[in-house]
Design a protein around this ligand. Sequence first.
Ligand code: 8DG
Ligand code: MN
Ligand code: MN
Length: 371
Amino acid sequence: ASATPPPPKATVSQYACQRRTTTENNNKTLTDAFEVLADSYELNEMEGPCLAFRRAVSVLKSLPWAVKSLETAQDLPCLGEHSKAVMKEILQYGHSFEVEKTLSDERYQTLKLFTSVFGVGPKTADKWYRRGLRSFSEVLTDSSIQLNRMQQSGFLHYGDISRAVSKAEARALRSIIDEAVHVITPDAVLALTGGFRRGKEFGHDVDFIVTTPEPGEEETLLPKIMNRLTKQGILLFSDYQTSTFEMSKLPCHRFEAMDHFAKCFLILRLEASKVEGGLHLAEGDSRGWRAVRVDLVSPPMERYAFALLGWTGSRQFERDLRRFARMERRMLLDNHALYDKTKKEFLAATTEKDIFAHLGLEYIEPWQRNA
Ligand code: 8DG
Ligand code: MN
Ligand code: MN
């Protein structure tokens, strides 16, 4: 008899929105390897293979058991020839030659390094790489390179913002934003979204939704918050985008990936004294503050449920919600609305549960959306 019982034979859905994925990952060796290949394809603008590996990662993350042989993975969805070949190598030898080769590739290493800077996307990273640049010091001393404001801040605060934000730090930031919005509007609503709402212990930033019940007032909220943070001397950087959202102009054929709500991407100065248990700094670093990335989005209250669902993530969970809506329900979902193409109407929702119900999906709690 085998020492470990065989995994249960329940069928796994090809859609992340029909799976429950907590932060516990039983297949980290495999998913880390697949993520290297997905990132590499993404940096080379090969969307098909990138998405295939992202889907495979997401399926493996949802499993309550560890894949130990190809046979047990046989009935899983979203595992193609390529991912199975990589999986076979890892299960047999403990590592994959293709992944090792990618990790030691100069272009991959350089593009990963450059895109780790706030404000530097794959296009800019590739441009710098093609100019022969390989390190931060080469980029910073090249006189032909003009950094934009975001990239300048990205380099200035690189050490801090490339370091993970802890839950305690996220809580401290919540109090700071909470105090600011309620001074501005007593009936304001503030909600934590992103990875921390999904129960993650660490994040690369902290995401919040802020709004007010008074229609139109949400549009002035972010500038007022930013003003207050400036006066407190803790706003180190801000990129503010005004709202371009108009309900009457929502397209009924194709929804967009980016939303039109007012939003801002910030870098804040967080004092150690505000964080229970202290700042999450490197060993030996005893500074009294650190820089942290914060995202704020401000939808009209009437669009709150859609914005909350869209900004909670994970990205793969969102992609599959939209794909499921389109492919299985002839509906279009984005951060603003849900449109039924059969009934030719927008479906109302005040909570995330309403949206899952419209889609005929079992409700998935935020901490089960770590796809
Ligand atoms: P992390 O920060 O802990 O690393 O993970 P995360 O919280 O899941 O990632 P995120 O990059 O902060 O994104 C959170 C969600 O916000 C994600 O589902 C995608 C969503 N999102 C939008 N629009 C935009 C946008 O314009 N920019 C960014 N950065 N995220 C957006 O819906
Ligand atoms: Mn986040
Ligand atoms: Mn974010």
